[in-house]
Design a protein around this ligand. Structure first.
Ligand code: CP
Length: 307
């Protein structure tokens, strides 16, 4: 495995997280550079994406590199039966860095085992989404002025939502208090509850989305119910409308509360929230560009100034 790969947020520790955040801040102030000149980055998306793929590709373009890749695996030879191993080995012949999203948990880790080219996990099934976590941390830091001692309320699909799994693990260094709000079918997997127990992380689990919880929250992290992960569509129908945020529900909330969402949203945040100064999800997605510029440079071993 190339040691510059980023498969799980646990591949990097607190110091590296903080360095990447400072570099993201540098790129926010200086987004256009020529530091990737001569580098080719492959974006392999076996699952749909808007933000992750386009922000990675924008990041490469703004840094002067070149992009190859695909956004629809049905147009590639994997549709003829080519294995993931062979695909990765082929792309490694052409590219200096592979950014990959795949529907199978563990696919990104597997990719690192069959190539010496660094691999960045752009989401593997319901498992991990570490680059989303870096932009989430950057967004939290920008809106709260700190990552320490915050109350983070995660709402919705905590079972299949890979972004909440990565974020939970990353926040272990910052003494968070978590509120997990989900129905039984979509509750936080027990392995992450065990992670909290083992790391002394405070958490509460709720079924109801109440004003008491919202009003004691710094970051309200809403999530979409991940329809694509259900094998039985009737099970999805039963849970898809359980948690919905509207602007009235924010009336008693803290001034510093910000609403985050990895996006895309379906119906879990009413459009009336968009005009609230507490809505931060579109800026959050924009922060993904800067966070990914820093992550790409780390993967390629390129030194970057820090703000
Ligand atoms: N947040 C996120 O991963 O969005 P996309 O699926 O659009 O990439």
């Amino acid at each position: 495995m190339n040691r510059n790969s980023l498969v799980s947020i646990s591949d990097i520790g607190k110091d590296e997280i903080m360095r990447l955040l400072r570099q993201a801040s540098y790129f926010e102030a200086n987004p256009n550079q020529r530091i990737l000149q001569g580098k080719v980055v492959a974006t392999l998306f076996f699952e749909p994406s808007t933000r992750t793929r386009l922000s990675f590709e924008t990041a490469v373009n703004r840094l002067g590199g070149r992009i190859i890749g695909f956004s629809d695996a049905s147009t590639t030879s994997s549709s003829k039966g080519e294995t993931l191993k062979d695909t990765i080995k082929m792309v490694s012949n052409y590219a200096d860095l592979i950014v990959m999203r795949h529907y199978l948990e563990g696919a990104a880790r597997y990719a690192t085992e069959v190539t010496d080219v660094p691999v960045i996990n752009a989401g593997d099934g319901a498992n991990q989404h570490p680059t989303q976590t870096m932009l989430d941390l950057y967004s939290i830091y920008k809106t709260q002025g700190t990552l320490d001692n915050l109350t983070i309320t995660m709402v919705g699909d905590l079972k299949y939502g890979r972004t909440v799994h990565s974020l939970l693990m990353a926040l272990q260094y910052f003494n968070p208090t978590f509120n997990f709000i989900a129905c039984k079918e979509l509750e936080m997997p027990r392995e992450y509850i065990r992670f909290c127990d083992e790391h002394g992380i405070k958490y509460n689990e709720y079924r109801d989305f109440t004003p008491e919880v919202i009003n004691n929250t710094d970051i309200l992290y809403m999530t979409r119910v991940q329809r694509e992960r259900f094998t039985d569509i009737m099970e999805y129908e039963k849970v898809k409308d359980l948690y919905n945020l509207n602007v009235k529900m924010l009336e008693g909330s803290r001034d510093n509360l910000r609403v985050l969402h990895p996006l895309p949203r379906v119906n879990e945040i009413d459009q009336d929230v968009d005009d609230s100064p507490k809505a931060y999800y579109f800026q959050q997605a924009k922060n993904g560009l800067y966070a990914r510029q820093a992550i790409i440079c780390r993967a390629l071993g390129i030194e970057v100034p820090e703000n």
